[in-house]
Write a protein that binds this ligand. Structure first.
Ligand code: KG4
Ligand code: ZN
Length: 350
């Protein structure tokens, strides 16, 4: 099998990424460059620095990916670039690069919603995953439950009323002095911790409303840390583990509710950067088993931002003839389900 070839470009946050993917799910070549050194001393992503780094790196990265695969730009069937949502400077760098390449090669542009990249990425990893599926999309800026009914057909069942779960991981890691990027650092610290030591809140667990909330949990970590005068490494590990357990409980409770609200789902699927967390994956796998649903989680590298998921979303859209022209706008905000009502605080960051 072969199939069309799509070049995917991702630059909406702090990963510069390019991948060349074929319709038969072969990743011919790819590069992902994180910018951790640039942002580390600020304890978070600085949008201006991120955009500059994308501008420096993207064009040579495209050249490397094409050269490594032995593919000429004119052999590619379409150019897919993230057009939002995200940090707008970075989004513009990636989208303009994608437009220039599409124009130069005379190929269609596909302006991809970054969230659609995450939402469809499990189908790149698993050829058996069919629509419709229930997706828990958990990243640095988003925490949503979506009924994925087809390419371009996303029904938002729940979102966060305040922080995204990835943001809660990152802020908690910062408070605990665990460094940057926070999510993976907190997961490492939690390995040796006691998850039952700190009784942290589980906002909205058991509630009749469908949504998530993490601000109260994040603040509780701050208070618990402040109450420890001179914390030992074990104190920090216990607090990290207690936070991670509370986050798992929130995600599981809300997902269980969504399983009931979307009975047509053929699988429970998790995607987005936070889906790299092993404790969360294990808890969701247990939940899926309880409900007799297959559980699908992409490999961890495909959970965090990458170019392959953008190329794959491009391939899925190319297959149904859904391409863009060179007018496609860069969008700092871009909900996957335009019909969903706005919820206070949600979707502020990508
Ligand atoms: O999808 P992503 O790479 O970028 C966005 O679109 O936001 O997600 C990044 C988020 C960050 O909040 C990061 O801390 C979190 O995913 N993350 C993790 C883990 N790996 C990445 N959170 C918890 N455990 C992890 N292992
Ligand atoms: Zn992302």
């Amino acid at each position: 099998m072969t199939g069309p070839l799509v070049l995917g470009i991702e630059s909406s946050c702090d990963e510069t990424a390019v991948a060349l993917v074929r319709g038969d799910r072969t990743i011919l070549s790819q590069r992902i460059a994180s910018q951790n050194e640039a942002h580390e001393r600020f304890g978070g992503v600085v949008p201006e620095l991120a955009a500059r780094a994308h501008a420096d790196r993207l064009a040579p990265m495209v050249e490397t990916v094409l050269t490594e695969a032995g593919i000429a730009l004119t052999d590619v069937d379409a150019i897919a670039g993230t057009a939002g949502p995200g940090l707008i400077g970075g989004v513009m760098v990636g989208l303009v690069t994608a437009k220039a390449l599409a124009f130069a090669a005379g190929k269609p542009l596909i302006a991809v919603n970054h969230l659609e990249g995450h939402a469809l990425s499990p189908r790149l990893a698993d050829a058996n995953l069919q629509f419709p599926y229930l997706l828990l999309l958990v990243s640095g800026g988003h925490c949503q439950l979506l009924g994925v009914e087809g390419v371009g057909r996303y029904r938002r069942l729940a979102t966060t009323t305040d922080d995204a779960v990835g943001e809660a991981f990152d802020k908690s890691a910062k408070v605990l002095g665990l460094g940057f990027p926070g999510g993976p650092a907190l997961e490492r610290a939690a390995h040796t911790g006691n998850p039952a030591r700190f009784p942290l809140p589980r906002p909205l667990v058991g509630s009749d409303e469908p949504h998530f909330s993490f601000a109260g949990l994040k603040s509780a970590v701050l208070r618990a840390r402040a109450a420890l005068a001179e914390p030992t490494a074990q104190d920090i590990a216990d607090l990290a583990a207690s936070f991670q357990q509370a986050a798992c409980d929130c995600l599981t409770d809300r997902t269980a509710r969504a399983i009931a609200a979307f009975p047509e789902a053929t699988a429970l699927v998790v995607a987005g950067g936070v889906a790299a967390n092993q404790a969360i994956r294990a808890t969701l796998a247990g939940l899926a088993a309880t409900h007799g649903l297959p559980f699908v989680a992409p490999p961890t590298w495909l959970c965090t931002d990458n170019g392959a998921m953008i190329a794959w979303a491009g391939l899925e859209r190319l297959a149904i003839g859904d391409v863009d022209d060179l007018h496609a706008p860069a969008r700092p905000r871009w909900p996957l389900d335009p019909a969903a009502e706005a919820v206070r605080g949600a979707g502020v960051k990508a």
